[in-house]
Design a protein around this ligand. Structure first.
Ligand SMILES: [Zn+2]
Length: 344
């Protein structure tokens, strides 16, 4: 494992503080294989100096934290044997005011240190335009105006045609969810980071002395191969389930997107299945209200938890009781899973 000494120091200090508010350690049961949800790292995006995207009434860092804390609590209720580890439970990551990139390295180190089985990163999306909307001008007609042209003796009056403008409101309409996973490594192709598409969510910058992680170092290559072989498929499976649950709840789902953005490098740096959930657009007035509401946050949490149930059943097999009652080995998990999406 590669670590910079300074980061390691910060990390150890942070880890000691973090472990004190993680859930209980799962009971040792050598007879059973480890659950795919044994340890879940819940990561509230941004924090500290990185506020994330800005809405009309809130910052992404605060919304992500509120949802993450509720998600961790609900995971603990629904899966009592799961250990939940948070990357932050307050505004700052690890209680230290570090820049976004250092914070991402520390997130990955923590997730690997606690041997997480799943990394769930919670974010809000944003467009580069103003939150809510903006005024724009358009021509609605023309009129004539008399103007004076020329100087001195050559001065004369002239009639010109001029446009009539109208201000109109352009609503920031983009809304809905999407889930990012790290794109699988294409064997033999030199890996490079690609630039994020136009998005205010990933434009924040931090520090100038920083050097981006090298995707072509031997360690990174090994990690990429491991990710492709062991974690890509599971990340995709869970990502699809999360987006399906959002869609069932009536949200507009943008589906699962594979990316190689430096800003989501953390997904690949954690040696475990990992997804980054964009829970909605903070730049859309209605969606920002939803993201900030108790009901909206509870619904988002329930959607993710339902996806986790399906994920567990898909990877570990349907619960034994379902097999007994149906007498079949093929059990559709959507039939046996109780609906707890909050829609009852
Ligand atoms: Zn974000």
């Amino acid at each position: 494992m590669m670590r910079k000494p300074v980061t390691l120091l910060l990390f150890v200090a942070g880890l000691a503080g973090l472990l004190s508010f993680t859930g209980k350690t799962p009971p040792g049961d050598p007879g059973r294989p480890k659950s795919v949800l044994a340890t879940i790292v819940v990561d509230a995006g941004h924090g500290g100096p990185a506020r994330g995207a800005k809405g009309l009434i809130s910052y992404e860092a605060d919304v992500a934290l509120a949802i993450s804390l509720k998600l961790g609590q609900r995971i603990q209720e629904v899966f009592p044997d799961t250990r939940v580890v948070y990357t932050r439970t307050s505004d700052t990551v690890f209680g230290v005011n570090v820049d976004a990139r250092t914070a991402n390295r520390m997130r990955a180190e923590l997730a690997n240190e606690v041997k997480g089985d799943l990394f769930l990163s919670i974010h809000c999306n944003a467009t580069p335009q103003k939150a809510g909307g903006w005024y724009a001008k358009r021509v609605v007609g023309h009129t004539t105006k008399t103007v004076t042209v020329g100087k001195g003796a050559k001065k004369k009056k002239k009639t010109v045609r001029v446009p009539i403008y109208e201000n109109y409101w352009v609503k920031n309409e983009r809304h809905g969810t999407e889930t990012y996973i790290w794109a699988a490594d294409r064997s033999g192709v030199k890996s490079t980071f690609i630039k994020p598409e136009e998005s205010a969510e990933f434009t924040e910058d931090s520090g100038t002395a920083y050097v981006a992680p090298d995707l072509n170092s031997p360690e990174a290559r090994i990690r990429a191969q491991l990710y492709e072989k062991k974690f890509f498929g599971k990340s995709l499976t869970l990502g699809n389930m999360v987006e399906e649950e959002f869609a069932k709840a009536g949200r507009l789902s943008g589906g699962v997107k594979q990316r190689n953005w430096e800003q989501i490098w953390v997904l690949q740096a954690t040696g475990m299945p990992s997804i980054l959930v964009e829970t909605g657009f903070i730049t859309n007035e209605e969606e920002e209200k939803y993201l900030n509401s108790e009901q909206g946050q509870a619904e988002i949490v329930e959607n993710i938890v339902t996806a986790l149930k399906r994920y567990k059943e898909a990877l570990e097999g349907a619960p034994a009781r379902a097999e007994i009652t149906t007498g079949t080995t093929h059990v559709d998990s959507t039939v046996v899973t109780p609906d707890t999406s909050g829609k009852q």
